[in-house]
Design a protein around this ligand. Structure first.
Ligand code: NAI
Ligand code: AKG
Length: 417
């Protein structure tokens, strides 16, 4: 694992600043769009199974709400920090704007290690955190969703807690819920389906064919695991996979369904038969056509970017590439599909879930996937066209589209003196 510390928020701001320069934004507009609108820090007690009480720290940051209610996931991890949540909230603003859905950007996180906690402890933590952030939450104000180490069950507990305070059910207050309580068909797979759509579009753009393309994926959770399965089904050769326990490599291809079964049974990929173990750092430098970081921020840095051998990097994770690494990848001709486009499938189907909950009228999985495909394909083409027009890379193409949409909304709403 790469150890250099780079502030994710500094990376997010550097990306924004470059777009603001290119767009010639006024000083006032830059200042408005650069800073988070609201930041809530909460310290709250949770009773542990042994009877002790532990105080946990969590955050909810709303970066911008000029295009609609704040939207973004909640992460449970020992690495959560206010700096990280700020960056993730800012990326949500641009992501929703790239795919042109009517949301602003937010993100939440709790500093905890859910792998060391019982189900009961996780439920009590989730409910108490939801209570703490309920002053921001609501179907018209701020709508959380899952992110790293959170899942539909946790969304169900949070929706239930919020609803208890209201006195009636408010399914549209949170997305990524189980189907039985107002979740959407297709949300669980949505981020990975979006990754599939942009990967196919990138392959078409470069004249690559799935059957002759090898893929390496870092992270084997909701996003990485399902992306691996969908790309395997597409005919790509998945040659490297990893999770927090380390990586596995087989240049002849890994049978992804077998790896998924093994990971479900053993809790991780360590010991998967028929593969060579590699570290997460080595995994990123394996010879392959397509590299998909789908775990954490700051994985491709100035220290390892020059050794990335892939032709295409699909950023399924948020913020996996530092600014320095981005320049190196560009110089080396690696096509980077930026996070704010590549992983936007999740929030797109969250948008569908919110719309369905508000209307109490539900769509079929086929309708969801077809609409998701249309939005992701259209967004890929728009980003590609913008980057070609402006003679820049896809990240800047996506930023130019997104920032100009948010700036336009801000300008139209006016700045109250
Ligand atoms: N779940 C969603 O709908 C969306 C998630 N994302 C982003 O995708 C990334 C992954 O999220 P999920 O798959 O939802 O989380 P998850 O909790 O389902 O899976 C995370 C995976 O990353 C692995 N991992 C954790 N630390 C690692 C490390 N140090 N090195 C290598 N692997 C490590 C875990 O073992 C696990 O396999 C995050 O950056 C998240 O923000 C982006 C858009 C939507
Ligand atoms: O589904 C959502 O609302 C947000 C998902 C998320 O946190 C992300 O796209 O990074």
């Amino acid at each position: 694992m790469v150890v250099d510390f780079v502030s994710p928020y500094a990376v997010a701001v550097a990306q924004f600043d470059e777009a603001a320069d290119r767009l010639g934004l006024s000083q006032a507009m830059r200042t408005i769009l650069r800073a988070p609108k609201r930041e809530l820090s909460v310290n709250f007690p949770v009773r542990l199974d042994n009877g002790d009480v532990q105080v946990f720290t969590g955050y909810r940051v709303q970066h911008n709400i000029n295009r609609g209610p704040a939207k973004g996931g909640i992460r449970f991890s020992p690495q959560v920090s206010l700096d990280e949540v700020r960056a993730l909230a800012m990326w949500m603003t641009w992501k929703c704007a790239v795919v042109n859905i009517p949301f602003g950007g937010a993100k939440g996180g709790v500093i905890c290690d859910p792998h060391q906690m019982s189900r009961g402890e996780i439920e009590r933590l989730s409910r108490r955190y939801a209570t703490e952030i309920s002053i921001l939450m609501g179907p018209n104000s701020d709508i959380p969703a899952p992110d790293m180490n959170t899942n539909p069950q946790i969304m169900a507990w949070m929706m239930d807690t919020y609803s208890m305070h209201q006195g009636y059910s408010v399914p549209a207050a949170i997305t990524g819920k189980p189907l039985a309580i107002g979740g959407s068909e297709g949300r669980l797979e949505a981020t990975a389906r979006g990754v599939l759509v942009v990967t196919k579009a990138a392959m078409r753009h470069l004249g690559m064919v799935p059957e002759q393309s090898s893929v390496v994926i870092q992270g084997f959770g909701n996003v990485g695991g399902i992306s691996a399965r969908l790309l395997h089904e597409l005919g790509c050769k998945v040659i490297g996979l990893s999770d927090v326990s380390g990586g596995v490599y087989n240049p002849h291809g890994i049978d992804v369904p077998t790896a998924m079964r093994f990971s479900r049974e053993h809790g991780n990929l360590r010991g998967l038969p028929g593969v060579e173990p590699v570290s997460n750092a080595e995994l990123l430098e394996l010879p392959c056509d397509i590299l998909i970081p789908a775990a954490l921020e700051n994985q491709i840095t100035g220290a390892n970017a020059a050794r990335v051998q892939a032709r295409v990097v699909i950023e399924a994770a948020n913020g996996p590439t530092t600014t320095e690494a981005d320049h190196i990848l560009n110089e080396n001709g690696v096509l980077v599909i930026p996070d704010i486009l590549a992983n936007a499938g999740g929030v797109t189907v969250s948008y569908f879930e919110w719309v369905q909950d508000l209307q109490h009228f539900f769509w079929s999985e086929a309708e969801i996937n077809q609409r998701l495909d249309a939005i992701m394909s259209r967004s890929f083409e728009a980003v590609l066209q913008k980057s070609q027009e402006q003679e820049t890379n896809l990240r800047m193409g996506a930023y130019l589209l997104a920032v100009s949409r948010v700036a336009e909304a801000t300008e139209l709403r006016g700045i109250y003196p």
